[in-house]
Design a protein around this ligand. Structure first.
Ligand SMILES: Nc1nc2c(c(=O)[nH]1)N[C@@H](CN(C=O)c1ccc(C(=O)N[C@@H](CCC(=O)O)C(=O)O)cc1)CN2
Length: 295
């Protein structure tokens, strides 16, 4: 068996095409969607993700507003930048690129975002709506990577209802909200959320119909951990040295030999990453549509 590839590049491209009509409609109604990004420091990975977000915006007709602060920025500087983004009319949604440099309290900064402009779905109000499953929660932004994972599974007709999902990693942007999303009414999967203190990780993963690995440990998940036919999504990404080329290359959490056992497999790069970016665009459009409705 060779796994069917969950192609994030092609799926993200289809989503961008679908968003184009909604962006055109917004513009003709006088609302220009605008994504703000706040980047603190000079982490090369974060710089490259932020640059990618601005390229995506240009591609689909979303304005983008970039705020970059140096590594020396204080908490007061970051708070001021957040207050400015909250009040900037042209910013219909924005993100704080994570991780923030050491010394900054990420959760405290995320709490300062205007929930109506939270393009990442990481403000406590929006995460709380996901927890509560409140009426209208379908209209709240979802964290981009979890939303991208569920969306790519849906588009490839991978059944989720009643299926057992094992998520490896309990971080804020992926594992924790993904557990909530998979168990939401209408998706109805059963989730085991594993982490660094899980006793027998291989045994947990073997029970899964869907495996999501988001830990950043190269090739952690081995083929003999996978139930034949399971869907496997590779989120973790680590830059390693390639002996052959002498250059850096990106490596995921999934051993490539898993392709011989899995039913579906997301490549990395080219799988969940592009979906994360597409879901961010979708959240920005959704926030702009909410603004239009509220006027
Ligand atoms: N505020 C946020 N910070 C972070 C998030 C997030 O969702 N919100 N997630 C990650 C980083 N991230 C988006 O910010 C992100 C990571 C990877 C990709 C991506 O497209 N990856 C490519 C490979 C890119 C490369 O060549 O380096 C791929 O998988 O094909 C997009 C977004 C942490 N921070």
């Amino acid at each position: 068996m060779t796994a069917i590839t969950l192609d994030g590049v092609a799926t993200a491209s289809a989503i961008k095409g679908e968003l184009a009509d909604r962006i055109a409609a917004l513009r003709s109604d006088g609302v220009v969607p605008g994504l703000g990004t706040l980047l603190v420091g000079d982490d090369p990975g974060s710089r490259s993700y932020v640059a990618g977000k601005h390229r995506d915006c240009a591609e689909v007709g979303i304005e983008s507003i970039r705020v970059d602060l140096p590594s020396s920025a204080t908490t007061a500087d970051v708070k001021r930048a957040i207050a400015d983004l909250n009040s900037a009319r042209e910013v219909t949604g924005y993100i704080i690129q994570l991780p923030l440099p050491a010394g900054h309290n990420e959760n405290a900064m995320l709490e300062l975002i205007d929930p109506a402009k939270d393009a990442d779905g990481l403000h406590p109000t929006n995460l709380g709506r996901l927890v509560l499953g409140v009426d209208g929660a379908m209209d709240s932004p979802l964290p981009c990577t979890p939303a991208g994972i569920v969306e790519i599974l849906r588009r490839y007709d991978v059944p989720m209802q009643g299926r057992h999902v094992v998520v490896v990693g309990r971080g804020l942007t992926v594992g924790r909200p993904l557990g909530l999303l998979f168990t939401r009414k209408g998706i109805d999967a059963t989730v085991t959320l594993t982490h660094s203190r899980t006793v027998d990780l291989a045994a947990e993963v073997r029970r899964a119909d869907i495996v999501v690995a988001a830990v950043g440990v190269p090739h952690l998940i081995k083929p003999d951990w996978i139930k034949p036919g399971a869907a496997v999504l590779d989120v973790g990404i680590t830059r390693v040295h390639d002996e052959e080329t002498g250059k850096g290359k990106l490596t995921g959490d999934i051993d490539p030999a898993v392709a011989a056992v899995a039913g579906h497999l997301s490549p990395n790069p080219g799988g969940v990453g592009p979906m994360t970016r597409a879901m961010l665009l979708s959240n920005v459009v959704q926030a702009a549509e909410r603004r239009l409705r509220s006027h």
